[in-house]
Structure formats: structure tokens, C-alpha cells
Design a protein around this ligand. Structure first.
Ligand SMILES: [Zn+2]
Ligand SMILES: [Zn+2]
Length: 336
């Protein structure tokens, strides 16, 4: 089969590789759509020979392992791909979905930027999710990033009378804005840099959009909240500057949700956090059923965040676009 394979730093080629082999607890999916994730780009910049990326995907089940129940060939699905270690505390109890040392699809074993992908731990409703008719394959390949935004916003427990800031307008931040809209929060302030993403923040429903390259984010938030600051910040950028802004713009008793992945350790002064009684809350998780329902009901839309589509044959171009094209939000592979 064809797959997009890493052959060095920022070098990716479409090659012929062996077809995946079906394992007893696995399913094989014919891939229909697969997004490039920000996490892929972190790895793409390094020399990672042989990696096949792709964990935001959808497709049709074509083969089902002997020990899998409830999943049948022909099902349209999206899935979470991981392989439990089989040795840890959770695995010993048969709770592989809680494994503390799982291998990840698209990193430690081949992902869905290929004609076929093997999901080694296939459990209906837990790792493999059938698609309602309303979801296109592209919607379904958007479920994974949306599931992260949904999980993180829920963790913040937003209230209707609150003002909430979203810092960092990648796909996770943009979906967070859409999810916050469903909670009817009073005011959403979004801060980012690229013009395409500032526009997207507006169409996702942000009430105030800050161009962080031109405006002072803290001053703008204070002006928009009668100098009180926001109740909660969703920190989706993962940078020192946005972390500092988050602490400064949150009002007393508020929450700073850490969603973005930090490439560098932080230096910070904890005093403002102590004196304001802030809560600093880490977010790592996803809610697939919740994300599927948001797309099915039309409360969240994936369409206007997908800016580029490429066939698998143009893997190099697709990654270049995601990394360099200022207009790129989500770049997706689509397969016939
Ligand atoms: Zn991702
Ligand atoms: Zn384990």
C-alpha cells in the first residue's frame, strides 16, 4: 500500500510499504481522511526515520480481528489508536484503555497517512466509534482534535455569566471557542497571530479578537472586562509569553487551563497566582462521543477550519503547507 513516510528532518515521501497485518484485538481501516496535527509537526522538524504519522482519521472497516466484538466490515468509523503495554497495573486488570505506558498510533507504530491503518486495540464505543450519517469523513477526521477542546473546556466548567479568554488560535483553540459558544458564556476573547486564524476565531464566535502581534493582549482583555480580567483562560499556545499573559489576565479566584503543549520548560513567578487564588489546571484527554455529538448536531463545524486538502501522493506538499503556509489552519489528506 501507499503511505507517507518520514525520511529525515522535514523530509516526507509517499512510498510503497507492506500492508498492515491484522492482530486478534485489532481492526484494519481503509483510510478516507486524515489530518496533520500540530504534534506531528513537532516530530516532523526532527530526523525520525520511518515514522508514518496520522492519528486524526476516519475510514471504513475492512477487516476485524478474531477477538473483536460488535465491529463489522463496512462500518464507517473514527478511532483512537494505541497499543496497551500488557504489563502495567491497569493492563493486568484488563483495563488496557488506562494503560500507563501505551504506544501511540502515528508515532510508535504506523498511523493513518496511508491507504490502510491497523488499530491494534479495537473496542466498540471506547476506541472505535461508528459515524452518524450526518458526519462526513472529513468531519470524522476532525473528531480527535475537537475531542481535546471539548474535554478541556468541560474541565473548566464554564458558566454563562463568565468571560473567558482563549490564547493560541491553532485548531484546538479554534474548536475551544466553538465549544465555549455551546456553554453560552457571556464573552469570549481570543488572542492569536496569523491573520487567517484571527478571521477564523471571529467566525467561530469570539466576541473580541486580539492580534497579539499588534495589540497588548493583557490591556485588551482588561479593557473588555471592566478591568476585572477573565474568569478563565484556555492557554492553547504552550509558550512562555502566553502563560505569563494567562496569569496576568485572570481575575481573582479564576482558572488557567493548560491545554497547549510546551516545547520548553517555563520560568515563572508563582506569587501573582498565590495572591489571586488562581487554579492552574492541566488538561490532557479527549471525549470522542461528546465531539461526535457536537458535529452531528451542527453545534460545531469542522468545515471552515479545513483549509487545504491533498491526496496521499502529495505528502511532502501537504506537510510544507501545514508548516509554512500562513493561510493554513488544518491540512488534510483525503482519499478516494
Ligand atoms: Zn492530534
Ligand atoms: Zn499497560
Amino acid at each position: 500500500m501507499k503511505a507517507a513516510v518520514m525520511r529525515g528532518a522535514k523530509e516526507i515521501r509517499t512510498e510503497i510499504v507492506p500492508d498492515p497485518v491484522l492482530e486478534p484485538h485489532g481492526v484494519i481501516i481503509k483510510v478516507k481522511a486524515c489530518g496533520i496535527c500540530g504534534s506531528d509537526l513537532h516530530v516532523y522538524k526532527r530526523d525520525t526515520q520511518g515514522t508514518i504519522f496520522g492519528h486524526e482519521f476516519s475510514g471504513d472497516v475492512v477487516a476485524v480481528g478474531a477477538k473483536v466484538t460488535g465491529i463489522t466490515p463496512g462500518m464507517r468509523v473514527t478511532a483512537v489508536g494505541f497499543k496497551p503495554c500488557g504489563k502495567c497495573f491497569w493492563c493486568a486488570q484488563g483495563k488496557g484503555h488506562r494503560c500507563s505506558d501505551m504506544a501511540l498510533l502515528g508515532y510508535q507504530f504506523p498511523g493513518a497517512m496511508a491507504e490502510y491503518v491497523h488499530v491494534p486495540f479495537a473496542v466498540l464505543g471506547r476506541t472505535v466509534f461508528p459515524l452518524p450519517a450526518e458526519l462526513s469523513y472529513e468531519d470524522a477526521a476532525s473528531v480527535e482534535p475537537l475531542s481535546i477542546s471539548y474535554f478541556s473546556v468541560n474541565r473548566a466548567k464554564p458558566q454563562p455569566d463568565e468571560a473567558i479568554a482563549v490564547l493560541g488560535l491553532g485548531v484546538i483553540g479554534l474548536y475551544a471557542i466553538q465549544v465555549l459558544k455551546t456553554f453560552n458564556v457571556a464573552k469570549i476573547v481570543a488572542s492569536g497571530r496569523r491573520e487567517s486564524r484571527l478571521k477564523a476565531a471571529q467566525s467561530c464566535g469570539a466576541d473580541v479578537v486580539i492580534d497579539a502581534a499588534q495589540q497588548d493582549a493583557i490591556d485588551t482583555v482588561m479593557a473588555a472586562t471592566a478591568k476585572m480580567g477573565v474568569h478563565t483562560v484556555m492557554e492553547c499556545a504552550g509558550m512562555q509569553a502566553t502563560f505569563d499573559q494567562a496569569i496576568a489576565m485572570t481575575r481573582g479566584g479564576g482558572k488557567v487551563m493548560l491545554v497547549g503543549v510546551y516545547e520548553q520548560p517555563l520560568t515563572w513567578d508563582p506569587l501573582p497566582m498565590i495572591s489571586k487564588n488562581l487554579s492552574l489546571i492541566g488538561c490532557l484527554g479527549g471525549n470522542f462521543p461528546g465531539a461526535i455529538e457536537l458535529l452531528r448536531s451542527g453545534k460545531v463545524s469542522a468545515k471552515h477550519l479545513i483549509t487545504h486538502r491533498f491526496p496521499l501522493d502529495q505528502a511532502a506538499e501537504a506537510f510544507r503547507a501545514q508548516l509554512q503556509d500562513p493561510g493554513a489552519i488544518k491540512v488534510m489528506f483525503t482519499m478516494a
